[in-house]
Design a protein around this ligand. Structure first.
Ligand code: FPP
Length: 233
């Protein structure tokens, strides 16, 4: 049987995704601890949100913390987690930019999920406090891995069926963590790495990819505009 492709409603602006790499190297070059690089990374994310919103981006999806990142030194993990709390606490700024917060990652109550309670609370609060905004959607991937997302989608489809599971593009899409997220138009990866790192494998099927040598804390309007310009090339 041939099934139709998914029918996610199209959005007005593009969907930009970012792998925010190079915070550690940014700090090292300055003789600073890696944690300072992450702090600068969070601050730059706030700036990138403003730039993207001003360019009419409909969806900005960022890789905040992966299922693989838990093996990093404890103090670094703690610091990155606290930065998520800081980001999700930027409610005034998010509201001023009409930005709605969304989150993707292993659902808090599922086996294997690792999001600590204080980050769960920050995520829930930010989603609630920005729910009525109508502009750009900022989706933060936290405790996220794309293979886990895809395996879960397939497992859910099978579990919900009576032995007649239909695994199609449409049913896969509707079982993703955030089914309403449209396909990515352009994926940006900073810091000279040219890997996908298990990020949004389903959603980037047709995306352009913009690799830049710049570290995440230095990414600015010039690169964002260059990435956006790739979309219709
Ligand atoms: C990669 O830099 C970045 C991360 C592991 C996580 C991204 C986190 C931030 C940008 C901080 C704040 C973000 C949010 C969403 C609050 P790296 O440590 O791998 O850098 P390196 O490759 O130079 O070592």
């Amino acid at each position: 049987m041939v099934l139709p492709m998914n029918t996610i409603p199209s959005t007005l602006g593009p969907h930009v995704a970012c792998i925010m790499d190079g915070n550690g190297r940014w700090a090292k070059r300055r003789g600073l601890p890696r944690t300072e690089g992450h702090t600068a990374g969070e601050e730059n994310l706030a700036e990138v949100v403003r730039i993207a919103a001003s360019r009419g981006v409909a969806h900005l999806t960022v890789f905040g913390f992966s299922t693989e990142n838990w093996v990093r030194p404890k103090a670094e993990v703690r610091h990155i987690l606290s930065l998520h709390k800081r980001l999700f606490g930027r409610i005034e700024e998010l509201n001023a930019n009409n930005v709605r917060i969304n989150w993707i990652g292993r659902p808090f109550d599922e086996p294997g999920a690792r999001t600590p309670a204080f980050v769960q609370r920050a995520i829930r609060q930010a989603i609630a406090d920005t729910a009525s905004n109508t502009g750009m959607v900022l989706t933060v991937a936290f405790d996220y891995g794309s293979r886990a997302e895809l395996l879960r989608a397939a497992q859910l489809i099978i579990a919900e069926s009576n032995g007649d599971a239909i695994i199609s593009p449409a049913t896969m899409q509707s079982h993703l963590y955030s089914p309403e997220l449209p396909d990515v138009d352009v994926l940006i990866r900073t810091s000279g790495e040219s890997r996908i790192s298990n990020f949004l494998l389903w959603q980037i099927a047709n995306a352009k990819i913009y690799f830049t040598e710049r570290s995440w804390p230095d990414l600015g309007a010039t690169e964002i505009d260059a990435a956006l310009a790739l979309i219709n090339k």
